[in-house]
Write a protein of this length. Structure first.
Length: 76
């Protein structure tokens, strides 16, 4: 098993991704909001440094908005 952690702004985009890789929706932990991309990336890097065997993902649209950022962690 591998831990996947990431950050995102577009909930719909990430939900579609979860549907393709996660068998149970309760297997996803979501955190946030973070008020900047930098703050969200710091959380992701902090968690990644604490865990072994993890992959980090960064999901954002081409157009960066002022909407908050969120994080997730799941086993895949």
């Amino acid at each position: 098993m591998k831990l996947l952690i990431g950050i995102y702004q577009e909930k719909e985009q990430v939900d579609r991704y979860f549907d393709s890789i996660v068998e149970e929706s309760d297997a996803v932990v979501e955190v946030g909001p973070f008020f900047s991309q930098h703050q969200a990336m710091e959380w992701m890097e902090f968690l990644g440094n604490k865990m072994s065997n993890c992959t980090m993902a960064h999901y954002c649209s081409e157009e960066r908005s002022k909407r908050p950022w969120y994080g997730f962690a799941t086993v895949c």
